[in-house]
Write a protein that binds this ligand. Structure first.
Ligand code: ADA
Length: 548
């Protein structure tokens, strides 16, 4: 399933989430059937494979085809009948390949997925999370005519207690200019009809509509509406696109982030897409299980550290009122790594693909970039400026942020709308949490970040699941729980911080190269282990976050 609801009634869609042939490159004799989506690391015998995997399947199709891949980890080449049709870099963003005038019949699709940290890869590097390989998110083909809907963006806003929505529909016309009618429906009721003269190529049909009777989208009352765009030619529907939207506005007033005009407290988790059984190809049932655990512990927010997430997870967040900080891909890159010749382009591509595809999710309240990158250097600042400008150009409706660990030397805090700090008192440094919070806040007030909202974007401690120590030694579940208690209690007592994202939801696999600080080759700071078993710290989180 592409999303958790039907996205087309007219356009013909065919899912390719089924059995594909798979073999590691150059080892065709090992060919086997695998279920897509999935990743190499879950195929017996190649759990540690780094390199290219070849996936092949047959599909019957014809006409103009949109071949949609929601995520290939992480460098992809796509062939149809052995002809290279497209390439894509980055595991965590979707891409579409348009094939025109395909002969109707059987065709062989081949996708190669490379998870190695090759020299053209600036974002997937050896890091504190695992670079899984494979077709890790859904794949499908869509048949379209010569004119179709490429994308639709909905921006809600409120004026004098009435809700409005700005709707922009991007239309792709493969032939000469033609007149079409675009009809927009909200929950089945028609709200607008636009006559649009579509030139060859891409064009935008835009409108602003007043919605006097809608209910707002609140975290505890997640009213979602189905917004449908239908393209008609000579009175006949030729294409459509359905998305779910919500009426909410995120604004900043002084040092507060407001949701529909009201401040809120963030009680969140950092979550990697990582699971002991599925790697980074987490099926929706397991995503839903994660959502249940998040809610059970009393949390209300998730940061998609450190990359854009599967849209089905975002759908679940929309549904359950879990507020999302969605982050573009980059973690802990030094100035030298940011000077990689492909870094700026790959980052901007990721930002573009994240915002275009995830724009309509009401649960996303902020976009993040460049976690713990070189924000203490002049060159780093140049890159932060470039990326913030790009984000603001693409979305003016949400505040922006980046998580920093460049304490007392960050020179970029004037750039985001929200200042976010990663702090690990009592874990990496044995200092009282209270002291750390006070020092950090005082320092922010002496920088360009003064007066802005501040979030603790990471805090936590390691706990090896099942390791118990009567003396509360480091790495024991007892010590983790004790540290997390001090961290969350202190943050709660400092309302100048608008909340916290715990590092992290569950334990995650890290590459063996990181073994020196990571027993089990895992980052063990999960409140749950990699199978989602609760650690002692869970009960502390639940008590402080007020879980039921
Ligand atoms: C950092 C980083 C995380 C993780 C964490 C840790 O702040 O942003 O990705 O590595 O530290 O576990 O130390």
């Amino acid at each position: 399933m592409e999303r958790l609801f039907q996205t087309h009634e007219i356009r013909k869609q065919q899912e390719l989430n089924s059995l594909w042939d798979f073999y590691p490159e150059g080892r065709e004799e090992e060919k086997r059937k695998v279920l897509v989506p999935s990743c190499f690391e879950t195929y017996p015998g190649i759990e540690n494979y780094r390199g290219t995997g070849i996936y092949e399947c047959d599909v019957t199709m014809g006409g103009n085809i949109r071949l949609c891949l929601k995520g290939v980890s992480h460098t992809a080449k796509v062939y149809v009948d052995e002809d290279l049709k497209g390439e894509h870099y980055n595991a965590y963003t979707p891409f579409t390949i348009l094939l025109q005038n395909v002969n109707r019949g059987n065709h062989r699709i081949k996708v190669t997925a490379d998870n190695s940290c090759h020299d053209r890869s600036a974002l997937h590097v050896i890091n504190d999370y695992y670079n899984y390989g494979g077709i890790s998110r859904p794949v499908f083909v869509e048949e379209v005519g010569d004119i179709f809907i490429e994308n639709m963006q909905f921006t809600p806003f409120n004026k004098e207690v009435t809700w409005y929505g700005k709707i922009s529909v991007q239309i792709c016309n493969l032939k000469e200019e033609k007149e079409v009618t675009l009809k927009l429906y909200l929950d089945g009721g028609i709200v607008c009809e636009i006559l649009h003269s579509a030139p060859k190529g891409m064009s935008l049909a835009e409108t602003e509509i007043c919605f006097p009777d809608v209910c707002p989208y609140e975290a505890n009352a997640t009213k979602l509406y189905y917004l449908k765009a239908v393209l008609e030619e000579d009175g006949k529907g030729i294409d459509d696109l359905i998305d779910r939207v919500g009426f909410r506005e995120i604004t900043i007033e002084g040092d507060k982030i407001l949701w529909n005009g009201k401040p809120f407290v963030i009680k969140g988790y950092n979550r990697h897409e990582d699971h002991a059984l599925f790697g980074n190809a987490i099926p929706p049932q397991a995503m839903d299980y994660d959502i249940r655990l998040i809610l059970e512990s009393g949390a209300n927010a998730v940061r998609t550290s450190h990359y854009p997430n599967d849209e089905r997870f975002l759908d679940l967040c929309d549904e359950n009122g879990i507020l999302v900080w969605e982050e573009a891909h980059a973690r802990g890159l030094s100035e030298a790594q940011m000077r990689h010749p492909d870094f700026r382009r790959q980052s901007l591509d990721c930002i573009h693909e994240m915002i275009v595809n995830h724009y309509n999710h009401p649960s996303i309240f902020t976009w993040g970039i460049l976690n713990e990158c070189a924000s203490e250097t002049e060159y780093g600042r140049e890159v932060y400026i470039e990326q913030y400008e790009e984000m603001r150009r693409r979305d003016k409706s949400r505040p922006l942020t980046s998580a920093t660990c460049k304490h007392f030397c960050d020179i970029c805090l004037d750039l985001p709308d929200i200042v976010s700090v990663n702090i690990y008192p009592r874990w990496y440094e044995d200092v009282p949490v209270e002291e750390c919070l006070i020092k950090e806040y005082e320092w922010i007030q002496t920088t360009g970040g003064a007066g802005k909202p501040v979030i603790v974007s990471e805090t936590g401690a390691g706990g090896i699941p099942g390791y118990h120590s009567a003396h509360g030694q480091k790495w024991s579940e007892e010590r983790q729980a004790e540290i997390v208690r001090e961290q969350l209690t202190a943050i709660k007592n400092h309302p100048e911080y608008q909340g916290v994202f715990i590092w992290q939801f569950s334990d995650i696999r890290v590459p063996d190269e990181n073994f020196y600080a990571r027993p089990r080759s895992m980052n063990n700071k999960g409140i749950f282990d990699e199978y989602r078993k609760k650690k002692l710290a869970f009960y502390v989180v639940k008590e402080i976050f007020g879980g039921k």
